[in-house]
Design a protein around this ligand. Structure first.
Ligand code: SAM
Length: 328
């Protein structure tokens, strides 16, 4: 087989890059209210360094990139990075995960630079609850404007990521699903994962099977076939629905056997698994002037050390980094 393959014969072709650890929201499930100790600018990979890593990864077989954070749009000049990565011939898909608050400002220039698609995190359709969950000065309307701007710019389909939490927003799953019935909304309901730095005990998990049962009050859910992409979501559509709904079940039914990803943190660590603290440092070697061949060897080491699966079910919660530093 050509391309990258891990020790369990999983092909690895997808790199998620966290371009910053900073975020303009403080979502209850992702970050402590007081924020996290921020990395210094020097700690963070420059766009040129990110480009060097992606170029080496692309030569090994990575062809899909997702930019994430922190909030990627708080880093200045993100479109410049998109444009740089777009120059790498074998990268055929560049996408973005954002909280949407700044998207209305940047959607058109990102599209022009070569961004294909965008996922927008939005956990509520209620203005008051938006404040409660995000603990920020931003408004729900900022995100809704961002979603509109993404669609107008042609960043389609704009998928909406909803982390469902008991007692917080579980009462809104039908409101979200109604949107996918009546409008071209593409939503993905995500199970809450316990993670470093947040008050996990105060956040209560709702399983995908529970969410699905609730949605079935609106009608039968037909699987979208053929299966869309190689990602973690399983997609369904209501009869006559204009959009679709996806379910992502990292906790109740892990999908590690299909994992095709590596993650690059803002401070230049390659992370083979979202939910394990093992990392391979690329920043110091890059700054020491490592050759492309040596860089590729480090990427291969990270790929080879990908664990078979995460161990959340056994109580292994990553301790080192909050989700905002890893990028989700
Ligand atoms: N700021 C961007 C955003 O809000 O989409 C990108 C970074 S955020 C860490 C990436 C994704 O991780 C979001 O869709 C978010 O909902 C998800 N996420 C963060 N913490 C999570 C948790 N504890 N469980 C499940 N998903 C989580």
């Amino acid at each position: 087989m050509t391309g990258l393959c891990d020790s369990f014969q999983r092909p690895i072709n997808y790199l998620r890059i966290s371009v910053t650890d900073r975020c303009n929201l403080r979502c209850v499930y992702c970050m402590p209210a007081e924020g996290i100790r921020q990395m210094s600018h020097q700690d963070i990979l420059t766009y040129e360094e990110i480009y060097t890593v992606v170029q080496a990864a692309a030569e090994l077989g990575i062809n899909k990139i997702r930019l994430t954070g922190g909030e990627p749009l708080v880093r200045l000049g993100l479109s410049k990075l998109v444009g740089m990565l777009k120059q790498i011939d074998t990268i055929d898909d560049i996408s973005l995960t954002t909280n949407g608050t700044l998207l209305s400002r940047y959607a058109a220039e990102l599209k022009q630079a070569g961004l294909k698609r965008v996922n927008i995190s939005l956990d509520t359709l209620k203005p008051d609850k938006f404040k409660l969950i995000t603990r920020s000065s931003y408004e729900l309307s900022d995100v809704l404007e961002g979603i509109d701007a993404a669609r107008s710019a042609g960043l389609n389909p704009a998928k909406i990521n909803v982390v469902v939490m008991a007692g917080i927003n579980e009462d809104e799953v039908l409101d979200f699903a109604n949107k996918s019935l009546n409008e071209e909304w593409y939503e993905r309901f995500i199970e809450f994962m316990p993670t470093a730095g947040v008050n996990n005990a105060a956040l209560h998990f709702v399983s995908v099977s529970d969410i699905r049962k609730r949605l079935e009050q609106l009608g039968e859910l037909e699987p979208c076939l053929p299966r869309v992409g190689n990602g973690p979501a399983k997609y369904f559509r209501f009869d006559n629905g204009r959009g679709n709904v996806g379910f992502i079940s990292p906790v109740s039914e892990h999908f590690c056997f299909r994992c095709n990803r590596l993650r690059l943190t803002a401070d230049g660590k390659l992370r083979p698994c979202l939910l394990s603290d093992d990392e391979v440092d690329l920043k110091q070697p890059l700054r020491r002037g490592i050759s492309s061949t040596e860089l590729k060897k480090l990427i291969e080491i990270a790929v080879t050390s990908k664990p078979l699966r995460h161990r959340l079910a056994e109580g292994h919660i990553p301790e080192e980094r909050p989700m905002t530093q890893v990028g989700g």
